[in-house]
Design a protein around this ligand. Structure first.
Ligand SMILES: CC(=O)N[C@@H]([C@@H](O)[C@H](O)[C@H](O)CO)[C@@H](O)CC(=O)C(=O)O
Length: 338
């Protein structure tokens, strides 16, 4: 006879965190749901939003992904990636290209990376579903979806419906909503999008919050049950989000500032706020320098090539390639600050 002990968590629908109120003994085997939260590890810490390597002719160049993974692990101490997102120019890639990239990250990351999260957001629901199914087939650890932004959802209910339809194509994969209002123009409060979302999407596991509204972020933290991950996405003010309760962060700068920001996370965990602030200010020094010169995904990509030596190639139109001089100046600033 087997004796299994399980904890029952009851979520009271207020802002209070869920409470473990009872332990239950069950005789005999216990059948667990297919998408049980114990199967997938909770996503925490740093997640690098990866760049997409292109050849000089503008074709995707998956051969760089193996060395890219080694670089992230060995040189930056980063073991989670967010593929085909904003930094990866996902929206500018074809479905076929996105699939080939996702497959390569999963294949080359096996046994090396902790989690590969594949962004599958598209303007077209059917394409998102196709990418979600494919992500499950190639062994991704989770999927994320941004809101469509040409035909914008008119309310949070219809946005949840869209997300639900995508999630249903890969029901066993943890699902994250990608909130980035400055790019999508979809300005609902993230907290409102979360309302009742797990009842509608059983695989829902959290939020990538790339916005500056820390009150909204705090409200998400209060609402979020312990098995969700709240990941912050504005690297320049991560410390404030950690204070608010972030579980980790997804960002572009962790590609080349991973060690520094890992130091920030450790200092924060130890309660060494002075050290955490010093490190956050250093990140801000680099980024404010870059912003003054002109900073976008194309500049960021070139900077990463300069710093890492990886041949990431040009951006894809409509992004304009970064002038060499600008990338060199920012890379020099980065070296000074490091
Ligand atoms: C607009 C944008 O690219 N934001 C970045 C940040 O990491 C951003 O580059 C950083 O905070 C510097 O501003 C991430 O939130 C984007 C991201 O995670 C992604 O590529 O999906």
């Amino acid at each position: 006879m087997f004796i299994n002990v399980i904890n029952i968590r009851i979520r009271v629908m207020t802002s209070a965190p869920p409470l473990t109120i009872i332990s239950l003994r069950v005789d005999g085997d216990l059948t667990l749901p297919t998408m049980a939260s114990h199967v997938h590890k909770k996503l925490t810490g740093l997640v690098a939003a990866t760049f997409t390597p292109l050849t000089t002719e503008g074709e995707i160049n998956p051969s760089v992904i193996g060395p890219y993974i080694d670089y992230l692990i060995d040189k930056q101490g980063v073991r989670n990636v967010f593929v085909n997102g904003t930094t990866g120019e996902g929206i500018s890639l074809s479905v076929d290209e996105r699939k080939r990239l996702a497959a390569e990250w999963c294949e080359k990351g096996k046994g090396k990376l902790e989690q590969v999260i594949v962004h599958v957001g598209c303007m077209c629901l059917r394409e998102s579903q196709d990418l979600a199914r494919h992500a499950a087939e190639v062994g991704a650890d989770g999927i994320a979806v941004v809101s469509p932004s040409v035909f914008k959802p008119s309310d949070t209910g219809v946005l949840r419906e869209f997300l639900k339809e995508v999630a249903a194509a890969a029901p066993d994969l943890p699902f994250y909503y990608y909130h980035i209002p400055a790019l999508t123009g979809v300005n609902f409060l993230a907290r409102d999008v979360l309302e009742g979302i797990e009842e509608c999407i059983p695989s829902f596991r959290g939020l990538k919050f790339s916005g500056s509204d820390l009150m909204d972020f705090g409200q998400c933290v209060q609402y979020c049950p312990p098995h969700w991950s709240l990941l912050y996405g504005m690297d320049e003010q991560l410390l404030a989000a950690l204070a608010m309760g972030a579980n980790g962060a997804v960002g572009s700068t962790f590609n080349y500032l991973g060690n520094k920001v890992n130091g920030l996370l450790s200092a924060f965990e130890k309660g060494d706020l002075n050290q955490a602030r010093t490190l956050q200010f250093q990140v801000q020094e680099v980024l404010s320098f870059a912003v003054k010169l002109g900073f976008d995904v194309a500049v960021n990509k070139k900077l990463m090539s300069e710093v890492s030596g990886l041949a990431l190639g040009p951006p894809r139109l409509p992004l304009r390639p970064c002038p060499q001089k600008r990338a060199t100046s920012i890379a020099q600033k980065l070296q000074q600050v490091l």
